[in-house]
Each structure stands twice: as structure tokens, then as C-alpha cells.
Design a binder for this molecule. Structure first.
Ligand SMILES: Nc1ncnc2c1ncn2[C@@H]1O[C@H](COP(=O)(O)OP(=O)(O)O)[C@@H](O)[C@H]1O
Ligand SMILES: O=C(OP(=O)(O)O)[C@H](O)COP(=O)(O)O
Length: 393
């Protein structure tokens, strides 16, 4: 990476404003998945060891410029304290006199977590006044919030204009792994694209046809491809405005000598929330009163074989409605093949990561990105504002 990281600067005795992504799922005030907090530990521990005074900032949810009690970061501070095995101070605001007093009280190696930065209207508007107020708390800005790197907000982008700005270790790792995977991929390189929204994945599919050798299409977006090729798809998800585009994708893959795989059999059901008169049908055999909810067993076998013979696999989006156990077989088979392949496996996207967690295969993957939207935009080749704003090496 051509951006400076915390390794490149001296932080001893300095007040360091670290933007993290502690946007973790909460249920009744309890954190249900602390992955994003755990993934920032290397950066925080590094700064503690080097004697920095650490000021952490994050958003949580989308409070839209209001103080929302349920979106306070108090549970994240408690969890971080447990993980670090040391106290983490917590401020009830993110700027102002009370925060300044807490910052002034920090000793070398101490950690303070500010309140949710999205409680302030200026955050998402990237208001320079708010960015300046954040910057006024510290000597150095560190961005470790890869999950929010595609947002140009006051605490992710604006602040970088007022302080020396470098990346944290998680940010560096994410950019390194995703960058290496995409820029100089080991081959055969297989991209798996699933999920429900064709519109959101168009640019990813397009990019993957250019850079990957094999493209496996699954999940809700396969039916737009299948319908465009003249198949009956019953009540399956479909984006009729993208039918022609999917034909162009198939053409483009052919021209570039890439293999674009579509399901050859499908699990259908009368209801996507539960198996109702569920059956396996061939492509073109989807009854009018049913919808496709998963890839079928033949497709699973073909996809698993391709994955096992790959040197690099990038996976984004589940193969079916994996939240329903009866429709999780396709996603599980792909996860299993990713776990077993000797190739390097990169998982991006919130739902694919959640599926891999659900199947307890997370530790078998080489890299699970902490960013959904951010990893997608990165893979599409878009510049991430939170990264662009950092100082060059
Ligand atoms: N055949 C299908 N029909 C309807 N929904 C589907 C189908 N296959 C997958 N999905 C849904 O797609 C959702 C995930 O899509 P998406 O947000 O694009 O993935 P990701 O978060 O990994 O990028 C899941 O909730 C899953 O249930
Ligand atoms: O959870 C996040 O994004 P993701 O669901 O795309 O991974 C990030 O914390 C960014 O949050 P946002 O999409 O509200 O800006």
C-alpha cells in the first residue's frame, strides 16, 4: 500500500484519534458479533505498546444526527475492555468540554472511546467544522475503519485534512489482501457472486469477468440470467431491467475466454421463508407458482469442483436463502469447498460472512473482510475516500 501506516510514525506520548468501525450488531443492548472489535485489537495494542494516548471514535447504526440511547457505544467500550484486559474510558459525547477533560486525563497507553460520531449532524455531511473539532482533540489521525472507508464523513475523511493521517493495521491488512487478490491474482482465480440484488452486484460481476478465470453465479441474481436465456423462472427474484445486460455479460465472458457458470438445477418452494412443496428442478422447470431459493445438488457439485481446483477464490453473496436451514445447502456446499480448497479464500459482504460464521467455518477461510459495502466498492475498482485522504508514503 502506498499510504503511511502507524508503523511509519512516532506515536509515543501523542494523542492519537483512531477511527474504528465498531458498528456491531446489538440485540437488547448486547453485542451479538464482536468480530469488528476483535479485528481492531492489533492496532490498539500496537498503540498501547508504543505509549500513545488513544482516542477511539466510531459510528453505530444510522441515528441521523440525533442522540439515540440505544445507539450509544457503551456496550462496545465494555467489550473492548474485556478483550484488552484493561479499563477503557467512555465519553458520553464525541466533542466538547467534557470530552476534552477526558482526553487531558489520558496517560500513555490509556484508551478512551468517544460517543457515536453519527449523533452529530455534521458527521455524514463531512462538515469541516466538526472535522476540525475532532482534529482538535489529537495530534495524529489513524483510520482503521475499513468498513466505513467508502464513506466521506467528518471522522473518516474530513479530519484527515487537519492532522497527519495514517492507516491502522486492520485497514492496511484489508487493502493488502484485497489488493493482492485483485491486482496480481493467483490462477485459476474463481469469483463467486450471489445474493439478492442484481443492481448492487452488476459492477462486481462486470469487473470479475475481466479479472477472474471462472465466475460462479448463484443466489437470487441467477434468475435474471436464466430468464434472459428464455427459461421460465416462476416467482423467482428477477430484475427485468437487467435482462439484456446479463446476456452481454455472458457474451463478454465468452469473448474473453472466461467461464461463466449458471445453476443447472434449482431448489424451488412455494414460500421462501419455509420449505412448502419444495422440490429440485432443472433449469427451465421452475413451476409458475414457485420460486428458486437455492442452487440444486448438481450445481453444488460443479461449483465445489471449480472452487477446489482454484488457487484464489473471492466470494460475495450467498447461493440461496441460507437463513432457512432447508435452503442453506448450496451456501454450505460452497463454504465447505472454500474451507477445503488449498487456494486462498477471500470472503466479502455481510451476509456471506454471516453464513460462514453460521456454519462455523470462519477459521477455515484465509480472509473475511470486515467491510461489506467497502469491500464491494474496492473490488469494483472505486477509490475509497477514507483511504485516499491518508498521507502517501
Ligand atoms: N434465491 C434467492 N431468493 C431470494 N433471496 C435470496 C436468494 N438467494 C439468496 N438470497 C438472499 O440474499 C441475501 C443476501 O444478499 P446480499 O445482500 O446481496 O449479500 P451480501 O451481504 O453477502 O453481499 C440473503 O438474505 C439471502 O437470503
Ligand atoms: O456496516 C457497515 O457497512 P456494511 O453493512 O456494508 O458492511 C459499515 O459500518 C458502514 O455503515 P453504513 O453503511 O451505515 O455507512
Amino acid at each position: 500500500m502506498n499510504k503511511k501506516s502507524i508503523r511509519d510514525i512516532d506515536v509515543k506520548g501523542k494523542k492519537v484519534f483512531v477511527r474504528v468501525d465498531f458498528n456491531v450488531p446489538l440485540e437488547n443492548g448486547a453485542i451479538t458479533d464482536d468480530t469488528r472489535i476483535r479485528e481492531t485489537l492489533p492496532t490498539i495494542k500496537f498503540l498501547i505498546e508504543k505509549g500513545a494516548k488513544i482516542i477511539l471514535a466510531s459510528h453505530l447504526g444510522r441515528p441521523k444526527g440525533q442522540f439515540v440511547e440505544e445507539m450509544r457505544l457503551t456496550p462496545a467500550a465494555a467489550r473492548l475492555s474485556e478483550l484488552l484486559g484493561k479499563p477503557v474510558a467512555k465519553a458520553d459525547e464525541a466533542i466538547g468540554a467534557a470530552v476534552e477533560a477526558k482526553v487531558a486525563a489520558l496517560n500513555e497507553g490509556d484508551v478512551l472511546l468517544l460517543e457515536n460520531v453519527r449523533f452529530y449532524e455534521g458527521e455524514e455531511k463531512n462538515d469541516p467544522e466538526l472535522a476540525k473539532a475532532f482534529a482538535g482533540l489529537a495530534d495524529i489521525f489513524v483510520n482503521d475503519a475499513f468498513g466505513a472507508a467508502h464513506r466521506a464523513h467528518a471522522s473518516t475523511e474530513g479530519i484527515a485534512h487537519f492532522l497527519p493521517a495514517v492507516s491502522g493495521l486492520l485497514m492496511e491488512k484489508e487493502l493488502d489482501v484485497l489488493g493482492k487478490a485483485l491486482n496480481n491474482p493467483e490462477r485459476p482465480f474463481t469469483a463467486i457472486v450471489g445474493g439478492s440484488k442484481v443492481k448492487d452486484k452488476i459492477d462486481v460481476i462486470n469487473k470479475m469477468i475481466e479479472i477472474a478465470d471462472n465466475i460462479l453465479i448463484g443466489g437470487g441474481l441467477s434468475y435474471t440470467f436464466l430468464k434472459a436465456q428464455g427459461n421460465e423462472i416462476g416467482l423467482s427474484l428477477c430484475d427485468d431491467s437487467k435482462l439484456d445486460l446479463t446476456l452481454e455479460f455472458v457474451e463478454k465472458a465468452k469473448k474473453l475466454g472466461k467461464k461463466l457458470y449458471l445453476p443447472v438445477d434449482i431448489v424451488v418452494s412455494e414460500d421462501f421463508k419455509a420449505a412448502v412443496n419444495s422440490e429440485i428442478v432443472g433449469v427451465g422447470g421452475i413451476p409458475a407458482n414457485k420460486e428458486g431459493v437455492d442452487i440444486g445438488p448438481k450445481t453444488r457439485e460443479i461449483y465445489a469442483e471449480v472452487i477446489k481446483n482454484s488457487k484464489l477464490v473471492v466470494w460475495n453473496g450467498p447461493m440461496g436463502v441460507f437463513e432457512v436451514d432447508d435452503f442453506a445447502h448450496g451456501t454450505r456446499a460452497v463454504a465447505q469447498a472454500c474451507a477445503e480448497t488449498s487456494g486462498y479464500t477471500v470472503i466479502g459482504g455481510g451476509d456471506s460472512a454471516a453464513a460462514v460464521e453460521k456454519f462455523q467455518m470462519a477459521d477455515k477461510m484465509d480472509h473475511i473482510s470486515t467491510g461489506g459495502g467497502a469491500s464491494l466498492e474496492f473490488m469494483e475498482g472505486k477509490a475509497l475516500p477514507g483511504v485516499v485522504a491518508l498521507n502517501d508514503k
